[in-house]
Design a protein around this ligand. Sequence first.
Ligand code: GAL
Length: 673
Amino acid sequence: MQYGVAYYPEHKTEEELRHDLKLIKESGINTVRMGEFAWCRMEPREGVYDFDWLEDVVNELGEAGISSILCTPTACPLSWMIQKHPDILYVDNRGEKRPFGGRRFYCYNNPAYREYSAKIAEEMGKRFGKNPYVSGFQIDNEPAQEASGRCCCPTCAGLFRSYLKKKYKTIEEYNRRSGTIFWGQDYGDFEEINPPVNTIEPSAISRVPAYFENPTLRLEFERFSSDAQIEYQNIQADILHKYTKAPVTTNGTGLATNSIDYYKSTKNLDVYAFDYYPGLRDRTVDSFPYAFARGIKDGKPFWVLEFMSGGGHKFGGNGRVQPNPGALKQAVVHSFAHGADMMLHFQFRTFPFGAEQLNYAIVDMDGVPRRRYYEMKETAALLKKLAPYGQAAFSNRAAVLVDYDTHWALRIKPVNDPAFKYLDYAGKLYQFLENAGYNADVRGFDADLSGYRLVILPTAFVLTRAMQEKLRAFVKNGGVLLATFLTSVKNEDNVGYTDTLPAGLTDVFGVTVEEVEPVFAGDNPTPVRLKTSAGNLETIDSLWCDLLKGEAEAIGEYTGDYKKGQTIVSRRAYGEGQAYYLGTNLEPEAMTCLLGDLAREAGLEKNPVIWKEKVETVHRKLNGEDYYFVFNFTGRDTAVGLARPLKDVLTGEVFERETPIERAGFRLLTAAV
Ligand code: GAL
């Protein structure tokens, strides 16, 4: 595993550089990431390049056995570029230009900026592409982060029109498919179309608070903007690929920003990489982002290019508090257990200046190594011992399916907002299954489902005809499918299906949706009786209600209100498999029971480490042997029950019925004999 830090040699005096490089070399880490904001040092004047300072550091680290991830610096356009081409500046959905002075204030479609970016990528490729100490390239920094993924400048508006024209060919076809007849919005020409005022961009604000726009236009703008950023990134990726065999990628924002479709954006990248900043003080590190990351490139290992390092003076968020002693080490092993093969802390030494002054780092501003530094050192040593287990395979037979069209469509037309968030909900289902004792993969709609026995489809609001057929085939061939409320409501144009819901799948589920409504907490929750393998469970509905009717077996029934006796959870044998429709969300215990029953029915192998709140088990397989990484996030020492005796791989201890795990600790367990 590559393990290390981000570092900013361009900030340092010679004395500081000597000091820091010595500490870095002594720490045992093997990777340093550099360069992403250093364009003004790399190209101080237009066309004049200077990489000597960076090459010196790369070589010095390399000779000490530390490789470098080099970043193209395009997140920060230079002052002279903006002077010369003011149209480089990003324009938000209110028409406001983002001025020079922060970062990510560029339009990714701007031709001049694309040219500058291509040139600097070319120069970096030429200079470092074959440097043996460079183990990878990062393009830009966190594309779309800080609300920079939905530019609305005149260049973007023009390209958006061309995108629509290319896709729909005639304006009549566009009008028909998007339903512009509603509120009399027919267009006479593509030239009349403007980007929508509203976007899903985090922190985008509408000019007019209630402005209801065409949902097709809105979804198309999300797709167009995502594609444009992918195109921008790929200009650099193609150039770097000409000069290097080292992996080329960018640092995505995982499940945070969601303005770029990562299933598409990583096609031309060698690895999926993302940045992750979970709290590390008595908090569970949510593993859903890791499962998502692993699924992006069909189970290939992923990179975490930035990860939390410590607490300190930061203004807000998780990063204000210090990690528990042991939590950095635990978090690194946790990412490794979930399939990361690179993890770099942000960052080595606290910045004294700039917008992120006094922010967290491994070493404080004074450069004195303290506990976080020593813990990083211990972690680097531990990773050497764990290295063989990085080869272990994931053998999950359950998958949670997610999709950007649905994610965007549910933001465009929110359902029970803010209680319901699509990706959070997908994460909850993943977690309920884990609570029942089973690990899952997270996959996009393009995934090959043949290796899975259980597929969980959270709220697939937009479902194409092709996807309906794929799900049908999955069940027919023996799979167990669980779809939740609001499945197959709209087509790919973000227009409602006019056939009965769940559109195209009523025969598979054996139900039709008879009546729908949101369920607001504390307002109209209704009691439900759920049949489970452990007997009947009394629970209540939440978030949404798709009232069901049909031939399918009712395994969940309302027991109150006018809904009494009506079906809310159904099960139907279809072909060789089983199709379940969950018309609502249930309380955690009921959800866990339901998912456990489905996993058993699908023949999944249960983890022998008995689930406990805030303790996570990750199952891997190596040379036919099972390995279980177990993480204690409870914030205190704890003991975890075992269904059979297991041995600690690192200490050799054998545990019969339970294993103690210290606060912020972990164990790697395998069969005792
Ligand atoms: C990331 C960003 C870094 C730094 C960090 C601070 O989102 O990529 O450059 O700003 O946050 O936590």
